[in-house]
Write a protein that binds this ligand. Structure first.
Ligand SMILES: [Zn+2]
Length: 414
């Protein structure tokens, strides 16, 4: 006698289960757990079973069936690094850059992170919410079902806490699951010019109020941002308060943030473009995720990509993210990031998919809940407009995601 399911997704030409558990390293990143002629039985928003259609049908029957038409069925994407919540854009700055302006010239003209801080502080809650909702709709349409969102365009207690509250409002009012991160240490705001230490004090002082609103604390550790010592004291205080840790490490200069992430047991170190060999080996041997963000180098028109191949071969827990932000990476598309990672970082399509789903979920402490299609996890899945999973990497510039499901419900993505 078959058990009852609410819904069965049938006729998956390739069902990517990613059944082997997280975190995945090295060769294990090539294993997508592909089931031909697969099906997924769902009840109460959760997966009851995912496997060969014959086997699933012998155990479950469902009132509703969704025919995948022989196409690819896979877990929803998890985007573990975004700066999604802000107001305004940086289109003028983009054009200035194309015309040859340097970063310093743009800064001097009032551009860069500070221009987004000005626009965000001046915007009403409703303006920030409606602009961010548009980005979330694009994310969902491109298959992202869980995303980390950082603050960092408020840079004072009032506005940083406001952004955290707005992230919560957004989490409650649309399908993409959001993981909030406090990035008060994104840049030194103009009112603290020449007083970075005093601003780092202020960020430390915000942490007790941040607890309860944010799950993680992040610091941008780099030249022109925060020093290693400032990063360390902010992250140590955050850890004392029970926040998880992440760090922007080795994007432009190698200041030792990767080593610090390992020392402090951070969830992830992100960017990792100019990491030294020693630091790479250290991170790869740890449980700290290595989040790579190729959209940033692409967005800047640079060739300075992280060496993804070496990170995978070294055995690191490699994840991919959009870094969606108005300055360097205005894209919500994980399929584009996968296509880029296969060309610019040297990953294979299978490795890039694991990095964009299961390993990304691990980096957000959500691998028990999302990132693969196994019994007990949330039914967050995609039906691609493709019969072969490699099309995700092969095609670019168009959206290969057909249907998006979150917790067993089909989302409207038009
Ligand atoms: Zn970032």
């Amino acid at each position: 006698m078959a058990c009852k399911a609410d819904l069965m997704v049938t006729n998956a030409g390739q069902l990517l289960t990613l059944a082997r558990p997280a975190p995945r390293r090295g060769l294990a990143m090539s294993d997508l757990g592909i089931v031909p002629h697969g099906a997924v039985a769902i009840a109460g928003g959760r997966i009851l079973a995912a496997g060969p259609e014959n086997a699933v049908r012998s155990r479950y029957e469902a009132d509703d069936e969704l025919d995948a038409g022989g196409r690819v069925v896979m877990p929803g994407f998890v985007d573990p690094h975004t700066h999604l919540i802000y107001a305004g854009d940086r289109i003028d700055e983009f054009e200035l850059r194309l015309r040859g302006a340097t970063y310093m010239e743009i800064m001097a003209a009032g551009g860069g992170i500070r221009s987004t801080v000005r626009a965000t502080r001046a915007a009403s809650d409703d303006e920030i919410l409606s602009q961010t909702r548009r980005r979330l709709r694009r994310m969902l349409a491109h298959g992202t079902t869980t995303a980390e969102v950082k603050t960092g365009y408020g840079l004072d207690p009032e506005n940083e806490l406001r952004l955290l509250r707005l992230i919560r409002t957004l989490d409650d009012s649309q399908p993409v699951r959001l993981v909030p991160t406090f990035l008060g240490a994104h840049a030194v705001p103009p009112e603290f010019d020449g007083r970075a230490e005093a601003y780092a004090d202020l960020v430390e002082g915000m942490l007790p109020q941040v607890r309860g609103l944010a799950e993680y604390c992040d610091v941008f550790c780099d030249e022109g941002a925060f020093t290693l010592a400032q990063t360390e004291r902010i992250l140590r205080r955050a850890r004392e308060l029970g926040l998880g840790l992440r760090v922007h490490a080795d994007e432009f200069a190698s200041l030792g943030a990767t080593r610090l992430a390992v020392e402090l047991g951070a969830a992830s170190a992100d960017h990792l473009v100019v990491t030294t060999e020693d630091d790479r080996a250290l991170l790869a041997a740890s449980g700290v995720g290595a989040v790579l963000l190729p959209g940033t180098a692409f967005g800047l028109g640079k060739k300075s990509y992280a060496d993804g191949r070496s990170w995978v071969d070294a055995g690191a827990i490699v994840a991919l993210a959009t870094d969606c932000n108005p300055g360097t990476a205005p894209s919500e598309s994980m399929p584009f990031i996968i296509a880029l990672a296969c060309r610019a970082l040297g990953l294979t399509p299978a490795e890039a998919i694991v990095a964009a789903t299961l390993n990304a979920a691990y980096c957000l402490n959500r691998a028990h809940e999302v990132g693969s299609l196994v019994a007990g996890k949330s039914a967050d899945l995609l039906i691609l407009d493709a019969g072969d999973y490699r099309e995700l990497a092969y095609r670019f510039g168009t959206n290969p995601v057909g249907t998006v499901m979150v917790a067993g419900r089909i989302c409207e993505t038009d």
